[in-house]
Design a protein around this ligand. Structure first.
Ligand SMILES: *Cc1c(COP(=O)(O)O)cnc(C)c1O
Length: 386
């Protein structure tokens, strides 16, 4: 007899809102396919006007936005950049590529975001910048971090790759740092396949940002009629995406409220459904009061041990459900560990070992989500309750 396998529940599934291909066709019909055209302007103006970013430049990726921020810092040999260890490689690579010395900070014991006390520990006279990562779209403790930035005249870069539509109290993430990088990779809440955005909130960097963005030329100013010649005026690279990417992104931005509300609801459903696990000693996400308005980017559990997490991953995989772990600490990575001198970053290592992300995406149905919740609970109640 054939038994039907339950449908596979992936970890993530990119969501098309409906207008993406229509807008791409529009971009093509306008005969302007390279970057910095009508759809690019529409997206950038949206971020400046609706989100209050000083200047917004679309990029080919979140990585590219971080690289632009690093270029704008004009780092000198020996300059130091403080960043969390529990993050994606791009947060580090962008600054390493400019010759910075990386100083890795540990996460908080309560949540994966960096601990502000770690910034205080790592500041030296050579510190130039601090990069904060709003993990899972949950705000870092900016109220504790900003005074350190001001006191030591540092540059604050928000790696807001996961944090579109999230807030710290009433302040929108991405509007607080001198710079903020967003990602529109297909795994993020708002997607363009690959894509990103650099927000430049300190006006003194705005003009140079545009030059670096356009291969070191004053092309953007030239087309606005602000300069008589189109010339090579600084270093730069090709950071801007094509109009097709911007057109796709515009369709997604139009649906941002729908996407946000659905993800928030799914996040809350997990939080409520999995609440009984807290009594067993597992941890559900800790959302500080200042970060309550978050975008439901990731729902994670902190298992009691590495072994337990691996067993749970396997158990869910056997039920056709894909749950995944996340970052491995950068300070301990094959690339960096021989260059790292400093204490063990225990919290970062702990999240690497014990954190598990559950499926969360627009098209995850209520029924599918119940299945995930029931199997996670089932793992603990029927087989593994020690
Ligand atoms: C996704 C992500 C990036 C990189 O963004 P891309 O668009 O994939 O280049 C950087 N930092 C963090 C924290 C991310 O989640």
């Amino acid at each position: 007899m054939l038994t039907e396998l339950p449908f596979h529940i992936p970890f993530n599934k990119p969501y098309l809102t409906g207008n993406e291909l229509r807008y791409i066709a529009e971009a093509a019909a306008q005969g302007k396919l390279s970057g910095n055209g009508a759809f690019t302007h529409r997206c950038q103006e949206f971020f400046q006007e609706e989100y209050g970013f000083g200047k917004a430049l679309l990029t080919n990726s979140g990585t590219a936005a971080l690289e632009m921020a690093a270029l704008l810092l004009d780092l000198q040999p020996g300059d130091e950049v403080i960043l969390p260890s529990f993050t994606f490689t791009s947060t580090a690579n962008a600054f390493l590529l400019r010759g910075a010395t990386l100083r890795f900070a540990d996460s908080s014991a309560l949540h994966p975001n960096l601990d502000p006390a770690e910034i205080a520990r790592l500041i030296t006279p050579r510190t130039r910048a601090v990069v904060v990562v709003h993990y899972a779209g949950v705000a870092c403790n900016l109220a504790a971090i900003l005074p350190l930035i001001e006191k030591h005249h540092l540059i604050l870069i928000e790696d807001a790759a996961q944090a579109i539509e999230s807030f710290h109290d009433r302040r929108r993430l991405g509007s607080v740092g001198h710079f903020a990088a967003f990602s529109f990779h297909e795994t993020k809440n708002i997607s363009a396949g690959e894509g990103g955005l650099l927000a430049i909130n300190d006006a003194k960097f705005a003009r140079r940002a545009e030059i670096i963005w356009e291969k070191g030329t004053n092309r953007a100013a030239f087309f606005r009629g602000e300069t008589a010649k189109y010339q090579w005026v600084d270093i730069g690279s090709s950071f801007l995406p094509s109009e097709m990417t911007a057109a796709f992104l515009w369709a997604q931005l139009e649906h941002r409220q729908c996407i946000l509300q659905r993800r928030r609801q799914q996040w809350i459903t997990y939080e409520q459904g999995l609440a009984p696990l807290a009594a067993l000693g597992l941890l559900l996400p800790h959302i500080p009061v200042y970060a309550q308005e978050h975008n439901g980017h990731i729902f994670y559990l902190i298992c009691r041990s590495f072994e337990e997490r691996q067993q749970l991953i396997q158990y869910l995989a056997d039920q056709n459900i894909l749950a995944v772990f996340h970052y491995q600490p950068l300070h301990n990575s094959p690339y960096f560990h021989s260059q790292y001198s400093g204490p063990n970053l225990r919290n970062s290592e702990n999240y690497a070992q014990r954190l598990l992300r559950l499926p969360l995406y627009y098209e995850l149905s209520e029924q599918q989500q119940s299945r995930v919740i029931n199997h996670v609970l089932g793992f603990y109640t029927t087989q593994h309750l020690h």
